[in-house]
Design a protein around this ligand. Structure first.
Ligand code: CAA
Length: 283
């Protein structure tokens, strides 16, 4: 299949990043969200990122304008009728995602592939609400999308081989490195990353060390670009808690129990960088 038009559902941090790399790869991209102001915010973030690349000399002003001209704003899921390939990047909530996939299945042409950027929810279950489970796949980008090379590609139980191949090819066109994984809670990335972050939070909870000290240990001792608590703030503590819950419920193993301090912070509205406070304070 020759993909020309893509649609990204959700214009937040992940969705706008995905729309940016897709537009830079030459695709026409509908960027969709429930309100025009959310779409505008996503488009402004893309424009800012591209302007930074122009300032650094990595992109010409003309190329920036060409990339921006490929982006079409949308607040109606029915625009999916134009798309060959859709990537959903909305909040990590199964009910919201299944509602969106049901609607997309109705409005998109039969050939359209429906991908989810979910970071831990089962692709097989999302696929099951559609009449095209063989065309549903997981395409998990990492934050910040324009910088991080990985795309974790998750096959649902019924995903067709041609759809996997197409998703891998598109990832490469978007200058990403695809890695194939099977459909298990947290896939690989979050099954390994989140328990480490959760354990770092236990270290704060038990008074083993300060957040600064824990981050310093992991940065200087293990060469991580960000310490686990800085990274947790960057990802969002609500997202971290949600993923730990998915692992805990999915495997039924107490080793995945979310730290009570993580729950407390989320209940307080301390969600990390986006709310101005998490393990650190942000202006
Ligand atoms: N958007 C676009 N570009 C960005 C950016 C953003 N949000 N943040 C940084 N950059 C770019 C900078 O412009 C800079 O580009 P150049 O090299 O061309 O100048 C480059 O990234 C490096 O940035 P900085 O020098 O400002 O800072 P840094 O060296 O500390 O790098 C970082 C920033 C890339 C975010 C780095 O700290 C890092 O790799 N952190 C870990 C990120 C990570 O682990 N992500 C995965 C999170 S988990 C996830 O996403 C999955 C999930 O399901 C939860």
């Amino acid at each position: 299949m020759n993909v020309q038009t893509m649609m990204v559902i959700g214009a937040g941090q992940m969705g706008s990043g995905i729309a940016q790399v897709a537009a830079q790869a030459g695709f026409r991209v509908y960027l969709n969200d429930i309100k025009q102001e959310f779409v505008d915010r996503g488009l402004a973030a893309i424009a800012k990122n591209l302007s930074r690349s122009v300032e650094k000399g990595a992109l010409s002003e003309e190329d920036k304008q060409t990339v921006l001209s490929r982006l079409v704003s949308s607040t109606d899921l029915a625009d999916g009728k134009e798309a060959d390939f859709v990537i959903e990047a909305v909040t990590e909530n199964m009910a919201v995602k299944t509602q969106i996939f049901t609607k997309l299945d109705e409005v998109c042409p039969p050939h359209t592939v429906l991908a989810s950027n979910t970071s831990s929810l089962p692709i097989t279950e999302i696929a099951a609400v559609t009449k095209r489970p063989e065309k549903v796949i997981g395409m998990h980008f990492m934050n910040p999308v324009p910088v991080m090379k990985l795309v974790e590609i998750i096959r649902g139980l019924q995903t067709a081989d041609e759809v996997y191949q197409l998703t891998e090819d598109l990832s490469k066109q978007m200058k990403k490195v695809p890695v194939s994984v099977n459909d298990f809670p947290g896939f690989v990335s979050n099954r390994v990353l989140m328990p480490m972050i959760n354990e770092a939070i236990y270290c704060v909870y038990e008074g083993v060390a300060t957040p600064e000290a824990i981050d310093e240990v992991m940065k200087l001792g293990m060469n991580h670009p960000m310490g686990p608590l800085t990274l947790a703030d960057f990802i969002g503590l609500d997202t971290c808690l949600y993923i730990m819950e998915v692992l805990h419920e999915g495997f039924g193993d107490s080793k995945y129990r979310p730290c009570p301090l993580l729950r407390k912070y989320v209940k307080a509205g301390w969600l990390g960088k986006k709310s101005g406070r998490g393990f650190y304070t942000y202006n």
